[in-house]
Write a protein that binds this ligand. Structure first.
Ligand code: NZQ
Ligand code: ZN
Length: 388
């Protein structure tokens, strides 16, 4: 186990009667608030009116940026940063899912940069400062509400790049499970596939990890497996939505990776798929993850799959380790494609092999992805072919 620092100073208001604290929290950072949101779901669910009322009640000045896209574009980030500079915004309030929160993080950073925000993503420019960010989460998935990262797309270059900086960590996040009651079955399923993947990316590693953290990761995965079908069938089931919401934050807020030497695999691969085909991130992960597992399973990795199969899916410990490993992959596939009803192949979502080579090259940046199993361009192309 490696040494680590755990420092995640995000104040979380969890629960259904917490929004009354929003005005006071925003006031701590100044008077001029830029409210950012997506395509309008927050208006349909009545959250926009509630948030605006809180801002007004606190006597703050309100500015708005709407229309942040799923797989948010750098053009929206630049637009937001321009507003912040022109209107001398003090604090950002992101209300929505991961896309809105991610874009808002880069708006906060790009406000202190004279130039295209894409330079930050491509690391041509440094993050030197960031406006304070407050979030109201509406979709349990990315964990952006409690992590310092974000992922931004550039349609011109067909790139989707993830980047993180401690200055972009939200100061305060409001997690009200009732705000996720209206999330569609499909987005609920994709969100849960994303949460599962965040845990899997950390859990699957062959170092001598901390037992306690593996137990937490297994508990988080069991939580997602238990509650996602309930949330899909009964969208207003508070217990299910609450469990998924808190699991989404804890899957990626840095806690479960303490001490692990880790490098993610499915995420960099998926980002290349959604960069070109603009698919929902969680769907791409659901299709890729079981294939990545099949590809990486061998005599050297079987023990981790055995642990996963026994502790997460309750497979009989007395079975042969390789048989448990294979069954665990089948059970994960069954969860994604039958229980959650997600499409199971690229072919079904109109992705063919045209761009496999370029996507694989970009995913490993022309070298090797140093994850659970080291993957080169050819390995990644092979995994893509398994997804057809
Ligand atoms: O745009 P609006 O109208 O808000 O609608 C959204 C959008 O169409 C809708 N939605 C959100 N909350 C809703 C709702 N509909 C009804 N009721 C609600 N309460 O859902 C759709 C998807 O929203 P989006 O924000 O795109 O989803 P998600 O939270 O899954 O975010 C995905 C983005 O986050 C990135 C992904 O790559 C993708 O770009 N990620 C960010 C990470 C991070 N910051 O750490 C890590 C992840 O691995 C991921 O890469
Ligand atoms: Zn993800």
């Amino acid at each position: 186990m490696n040494d680590f620092i755990y420092d995640v100073p995000v104040k979380v208001y969890f629960g259904k009667d917490q929004l009354g604290n929003l005005g006071e929290e925003l006031k701590k950072y100044g008077k001029r608030v830029l409210l950012t949101y997506g395509g309008g779901s927050i208006k349909k669910i009545g959250l926009y009116d509630k948030v605006v009322a809180e801002i007004k009640k606190a006597g703050l000045e309100l500015f708005e940026l709407s229309g942040i896209e799923p797989n948010p574009r750098v053009t929206s980030v630049n637009k937001g940063a321009e507003i912040c500079k022109k209107e001398k915004i003090d604090v950002l309030l992101a209300v929505g899912g991961g896309s809105t929160i991610d874009a808002t993080k880069f708006i906060g950073a790009a406000t202190f940069y004279e130039g295209d925000a894409w330079d930050i993503l491509t690391e041509k420019a440094q993050v030197t400062n960031c406006l304070p960010i407050v979030t109201v989460l509406t979709l349990a998935a990315t964990g952006s509400e409690m992590d310092p990262g974000g992922v931004i797309s550039n349609l011109e270059t067909k790139d989707k790049i993830g980047y993180m900086h401690p200055l972009m960590l939200p100061k305060v996040s409001f997690l009200d499970p009732t705000n996720t009651f209206t999330v569609s079955e499909y987005q609920t399923a994709c969100g849960s596939a994303d949460i599962m993947s965040h845990i899997i990316e950390v859990y699957f590693n062959m170092n001598q990890d901390m037992y306690m953290l593996d137990c937490v990761a297994e508990g988080l995965m069991k939580t997602v497996i238990k509650y996602t079908p309930i949330a899909m069938k009964e969208p207003e089931n508070y217990e299910a939505r609450a469990n998924l919401m808190w699991a989404s934050s804890w899957a990626i807020n840095g806690f479960i990776d303490g001490g692990k030497r880790q490098a993610w695999s499915c995420h960099p691969i998926e980002h290349e798929v959604s960069a070109i085909y603009d698919i929902t991130h969680g769907l791409g992960l659901a299709i890729l993850t079981p294939r990545w597992m099949q590809y990486t399973l061998d005599e050297t990795t079987v023990s981790k799959f055995y642990q996963f199969g026994c502790n997460v899916f309750g497979i009989d410990k007395d079975m042969e380790p390789m048989a448990v490993a294979k069954k665990s992959i089948e059970m994960l596939s069954d969860f994604f494609f039958n229980t959650l009803g997600l499409k199971s192949t690229f072919t079904e979502i109109d992705i063919d092999d045209t761009n496999f080579s370029i996507m694989a090259e970009k995913a490993c940046r022309g070298r090797v992805l140093p994850g659970f199993k080291r993957l080169n361009q050819q390995d990644i192309e092979n995994i893509f072919k398994m997804c057809l």
